[in-house]
Design a protein around this ligand. Sequence first.
Ligand code: GRF
Length: 192
Amino acid sequence: MTRREGPVRVAVLVSGGGTNLQALLDTLQHSPDARVARVISNRPGAGALERARRAGVPATVLRDPANGAELLDALGDAQLVVLAGYLKLVPRAVVSHFRGRMINIHPALLPDFGGPGMYGHHVHAAVLASGARESGVTVHFVDEEFDRGPIIAQEKVPVQPDDTPETLAARVLEAEHRVLPRVVLELARRIA
Ligand code: GRF
């Protein structure tokens, strides 16, 4: 079997501060299997863009996130696409082009607490309001709907009696920073 040329090129889509992007940058920095090749955002002010700049990774801000051709162009020769706090629905043409090679991380145990409007503290507030004793992280393949694609990995996180959406979010984020780099490396080795 011929081994591909160099580490798998990973593109990361972001809308926020980028702590999951940072976990990928830190983990893949010296990896022979995968590297963050480009960062793409729908928000020019996303803190994640500063992390990309500091790591010397090229970054793009989309003019129109609903424009599939623009996003495909920005993705370029990426082989694996990661949605890390990306809040926009990915256009159908891009989903089908990267089917099975595009993943998303969600801060809850899907299929519960997912879907349109379920992001950030909204998720954690809903988990607490439901009385659930545990929450967690889900990494799944991206399809045409928010948070619905086939699940790849999950990690459970306990809900504490005195939790607020902020304290639960912080505990879930710690688990995210473990799970996402692990899944990306597993998929990259499969693509190899
Ligand atoms: C994470 O909780 C992620 O699961 C969700 O959005 C948040 C992004 O956080 N989709 P960050 O920008 O990676 O810090």
